[in-house]
Write a protein that binds this ligand. Structure first.
Ligand SMILES: CCCCCCCCCC(=O)SCCNC(=O)CCNC(=O)[C@H](O)C(C)(C)COP(=O)(O)OP(=O)(O)OC[C@H]1O[C@@H](n2cnc3c(N)ncnc32)[C@H](O)[C@@H]1OP(=O)(O)O
Length: 227
């Protein structure tokens, strides 16, 4: 199943259900993403000898060769994406094609974005616990999703993060994001990270301010983007 990165905007379904080739491409990207995440995690946790690590490094360089054909630049959207439909295969938080993403699975429940993920040792900051920047990344995403889902998409201009307790690795997590205020172009949202086992015990919380990008700014920032 292809998960959305964000709530769709402009009414697009974004699921590519009627396009078999697109669906097949997304499924393939999903499979490569899962393999890459397994590689990253295994490379992080391994205690094998240096010779084995070097051999794997050579192997990895060799197998990535075919991917070097037809690279896209920063102004070209991935052909598998549906920006307005909320599908971003390589989003570093939710993208199933991303080696960096946990990935977070999120859905809207009674107007609140509810997410789930488990962070492996690749996300370690203090021993056994998540890096604080990763928590901020997850919450920025949850808040951004909530603002988009509420019909007020914008860009983060401020994110205040409060770290109450460390976030344990290799532990199913529960995340939320909800809009708390809309004031013209400015939207305020709040979210938390807890464990799935104890969702009421807040480990990290964040309040963010998002600002709708006016058309002239959007043109300057994103005008060169193409499919
Ligand atoms: C379908 C896709 C969904 C996408 C969801 C994305 C979720 C992920 C979130 C992100 O990671 S976004 C990436 C990180 N953010 C950025 O790179 C944004 C950088 N900032 C900007 O590019 C500009 O600030 C922006 C285009 C958003 C707005 O510029 P403007 O010149 O149009 O706004 P302006 O500076 O006039 O400020 C508008 C209002 O916001 C307020 N504001 C601006 N910066 C602020 C700030 N830092 N804190 C509080 N308020 C702030 C500002 O005071 C003002 O309030 P008032 O209208 O009441 O006067």
């Amino acid at each position: 199943m292809i998960w959305r990165s964000y709530h769709p905007t402009h009414g697009s379904t974004g699921n590519g259900a009627h396009d078999e080739a697109l669906h097949d491409r997304r499924t393939a990207i999903d499979e490569l993403g899962a393999a890459l995440r397994e590689l990253v995690e295994r490379a992080t946790v391994t205690e094998v000898d240096a010779e084995t690590i070097r051999r794997v490094a050579d192997d990895v360089r060799r197998v990535t060769g075919p991917l070097a054909d037809r690279p896209r630049g920063r102004t070209q959207l991935p052909t598998a994406d549906d920006l307005l439909g909320g599908i971003r295969m390589y989003n570093p938080v939710s993208g199933t094609g991303s080696a960096l993403a946990p990935p977070v699975r999120a859905e809207i429940v009674d107007g609140v974005v509810v997410g789930a993920c488990t962070l492996g040792l690749a996300y370690e900051g203090p021993p056994m616990y998540a890096h604080g920047g990763i928590s901020a990344l997850l919450l920025d995403h949850m808040l951004g999703y909530a603002t988009t889902a509420s019909g007020h998409p914008g860009m983060t201009v401020r994110l205040d993060t409060v770290y109450r307790a460390p976030v344990p690795l290799q532990t199913p997590l529960h995340l939320t994001g909800r809009v708390t205020d809309v004031n013209g172009r400015k939207v305020t949202a709040h979210g938390i990270i807890a464990t799935a086992a104890d969702p009421d015990a807040i480990l990290v919380e964040a309040t963010g301010t998002f600002v709708a990008v006016p058309p002239e700014k959007a043109k300057a920032l994103f005008g060169t983007m193409r499919r």
